[in-house]
Design a protein around this ligand. Sequence first.
Ligand code: MD6
Ligand code: FE
Length: 215
Amino acid sequence: MTLPLFDADSPPRTEPLAPGAVVLRAFAREQAPALLADLRQVVAQAPWRHLVTPGGYRMSVAMTNCGALGWVSDERGYRYDPADPESGRPWPAMPAPLATLAREAAASAGFEGFVPDACLINRYDAGARLSLHQDKDERDMRAPIVSVSLGVPAVFLFGGARRADPVRRIELRHGDVVVWGGPARLSYHGVAPVKAATHPLLGEQRINLTLRRAG
Ligand code: MD6
Ligand code: FE
C-alpha cells in the first residue's frame, strides 16, 4: 500500500485551535483549481515581489494582493494601500468566488457576515518562513481573518496574546482554511521554514491567502 502524500481523500472536518480559532480541514480543496486559475490572473496584473521590512530585511515570502486594499511593507512601516506601489494602479479585484469562500468559512466558524476587502497572497518557496507576529494593521479587530492554504504543506506556529506564550505547531495542507477572530484575533503566529516538497497542482510552492476586513 502507498500512503497518500497529500491525503487527497481525507474528509473535510473542523478542528478547534483555540477559543476563536479553528482549522477547517480541506474546506477549499474542491475549489482550489478554480481559485488558482483566478490567482494567475491577479499575479499577471500585480506580480510577486519580496517586500522589505521596516527594519530593512527582505522577506523570504513573496507577496502580492487583490481586493480594495493591499498589505504592504517598506522602510516607512506596514500599511494597507489602495494602490500597488510598484505600478501605482489599484490592486486587482478580489475574485468573487474567493470572497464567497471566505464568507462561508467565516460563517462556519461562527463569524457571520464577513465581507473581506483585502486579500494578501503569500508564496513560500522551499525555506521561506514567516516569523512570529500579530496581525494588527486592520482598523476593525471585530472581523476575523480567513486563511487559505494551497500547495505544499507548512507548519503553522500558533502562540498566544504575548510573544513569550507557548507556541503550538499545526501542519496546514492543501485546501485547509484557518479562521481566526474574537478572543484569538491578536494571537502571535508564524510559519516555520517550508520544507522542499512537490504538490500536483502547485509544484514546489505553498500559497497562502489571508482575507481580511482591513478598512
Ligand atoms: C501563512 N498566515 O499561513 C501566514 N495571519 O502563510 C498568517 O500570517 C495569518 O494564516 C493571520 C491569520 C491567519 C494566518
Ligand atoms: Fe499573520
